[in-house]
Ligand binder design. Structure first.
Ligand SMILES: NC(=O)c1ncn([C@@H]2O[C@H](COP(=O)(O)O)[C@@H](O)[C@H]2O)c1NC=O
Length: 510
């Protein structure tokens, strides 16, 4: 009996050549509507599936191949006598190879202005069913879901190397593919419901690239992206110059972009090891970056700078005078690009930060599970600040307090940020006690602490941080409030004539 191949594909790339190759190896080809038309035009002798099912394609193509004559031919085990007898009784001929790819669900969801109905119609049912049947029975059926595998399948048939391992590898690819496809459908349906944390949580990603290594050279790593994304992301950023990003580069750039989203005025953010070492805002990007640099001229060395305005020559001149790993910006003026690309080791990324919309959920894995939470996008306005001290903050202090509050949200806890005149001047990050973070920030600020403001990501359990700040010359403090000993800190503020405002919002970041 002739071997049979069933071909039913949406993406028709390379399918005619593949079918011809199969024909040349003695396969009889079965196929569906659009595919068969193309195959016949290419001169392939294909048989319509309707002739096998004895049933017309119906319901606008919703039912074509969903039939026991097809699935029996795919699922029947050739080495099982009972299966063989049942297949013979029902005239079911075995199908030995399936080439199927699915309705373009992802592309449909991403189409601007697409209707819900069109999305639903692009959920493939018959295709995944055939792929799954064939993949389950991979011992007897070769299953090809990816057109890029056509040549290797033909080559394997040619050399009779379609081994158990080869078939199982193709089946594994199919189950990954159908799981990915279903996960995208589930994600779409999730957007249509109010349910926030369903009983199971499925996410799927597509590989962007293997990375040279992970956080350290002995760790393997790869970068994956979310398949459905209509806004600008780091995964789709346009790299204009420089070598491939590393694992740490990607993490740090992401951290810089997250911070940048909180600043609407021209802003530049410098990040080292996931913490901002400098944030500056200004009337122009050049002014903003000048402040970012001055914030900590030591730590910015080898850092990542994210800008929310096009990089002009004035900014580029400053950027090119130091060693930076990455500059990411919405665009680079021609002369700025010409100057920066003279530096071999810098990476330049173009990313429209104004078109960035963060995933609203963040997931982190723990041994045996995952934690999922809302992204911390809480903002506080001047009207929401509660002044708890005798001294009221001045307008300039309020501006600096709100600036520092945005910054401290992005610093690892325990976090203290000192700021003055639209610039961070001291960042104390990731300390195991609050006073430790404060001491680092104050030391870094040095003399600049005089007349500066201080932001704390969580309340003061005791007044030691306020005392240290007062001694350094800090004049205003922003913090959530809510400690049992708030009054002790307020008393110290009153003693030194410091203004303190409470936000009633905490910004722990681990
Ligand atoms: N419903 C069915 O029985 C069915 N059988 C195959 N398909 C899909 O139809 C597409 C091919 O259709 P055509 O050959 O008509 O262009 C493939 O993407 C295949 O996955 C089906 N369509 C969707 O569910």
């Amino acid at each position: 009996m002739k071997k049979r191949a069933l071909i039913s594909v949406s993406d028709k790339t390379g399918v005619a050549e593949f079918a011809k190759g199969l024909e040349a190896k003695g396969f009889e080809i079965l196929s569906t509507g659009g595919t068969i038309r193309l195959l016949k035009e290419a001169g392939v002798q294909a048989i319509p599936v309707e002739e096998v099912t004895n049933f017309p394609e119906m319901l606008d193509g919703r039912v074509k191949t969903l039939h026991p004559m097809i699935h029996g031919g795919l699922l029947g085990k050739r080495d099982n006598e009972s299966h063989r007898t049942q297949m013979e009784e029902h005239d079911i001929a075995p199908i030995d190879l399936v080439a199927v790819n699915l309705y373009p669900f992802k592309e449909t969801v991403q189409k601007p202005g697409v209707s819900h109905d069109e999305i639903i119609e692009n959920i493939d049912i018959g295709g995944p069913s055939m792929l799954r049947s064939a993949a389950k029975n991979f011992v007897d059926v070769l299953v090809v879901a990816d057109p890029s595998d056509y040549p290797s399948v033909l080559a394997a048939l040619e050399k009779e190397e379609d081994t158990y391992a080869f078939r199982q590898q193709l089946a594994a690819k199919v189950f990954r593919h159908t799981a990915h496809y279903d996960a995208m459908i589930a994600a779409y349906f999730q957007t249509q419901t109010e349910e926030v944390f369903p009983e199971t949580y499925t996410v799927t990603y597509e590989k962007v690239q293997d990375l040279r290594y992970g956080e350290n050279p002995h760790q393997q790593a790869a970068f994956y992206k979310s398949p459905i994304q209509n806004t600008a992301t780091l995964a789709t950023a346009n790299q204009l110059h420089g070598k491939e990003l590393s694992y740490n580069n990607i993490q740090d750039t992401n951290a810089a972009l997250e911070i940048l989203r909180d600043y609407k005025e021209p802003a530049a953010v410098a990040v080292k090891h996931m913490n901002p070492c400098g944030i500056g805002i200004g009337a122009t990007l050049a002014e903003a970056f000048g402040r970012t640099y001055e914030a900590d001229p030591v730590s910015i060395f080898g850092g990542i700078v994210a800008c929310n305005r096009p990089v002009d020559i004035k900014t580029a001149e400053q950027l090119s005078s130091i060693f930076l790993e990455i500059v990411v910006a919405p665009s680079f003026d021609e002369d700025a690009l010409a100057l920066l690309t003279k530096k071999k080791n810098i990476r330049l990324l173009e990313l429209d930060v104004s078109n960035q919309q963060a995933d609203q959920k963040r997931m982190t894995t723990v041994d045996g599970g995952a934690l999922i939470q809302d992204l911390d996008v809480k903002e506080v306005t001047a009207d929401e600040l509660e002044v708890v001290t005798e001294k009221q903050p001045t307008e300039a202090e309020i501006a600096d307090l709100l600036f520092a509050w945005k910054a401290v949200k992005h610093v690892k806890s325990n976090a203290i940020v000192l700021a003055k005149d639209a610039q961070t001047i001291g960042v104390g990050a990731g300390q195991m006690n609050r006073i430790g973070a404060a001491e680092i920030a104050i030391k870094q600020a040095g003399d600049k602490a005089k007349g500066a403001v201080l932001a704390s990501d969580a309340f003061f359990p005791m007044p030691d941080t306020v005392e240290a700040a007062a001694k350094a010359g800090v004049t205003a403090i922003i913090q959530p409030g809510g400690s049992k000993r708030d009054q002790d800190s307020i008393d110290v503020c009153n003693q030194y004539g410091i203004a303190m405002v409470n936000t009633s919002v905490r910004h722990f970041k681990h």
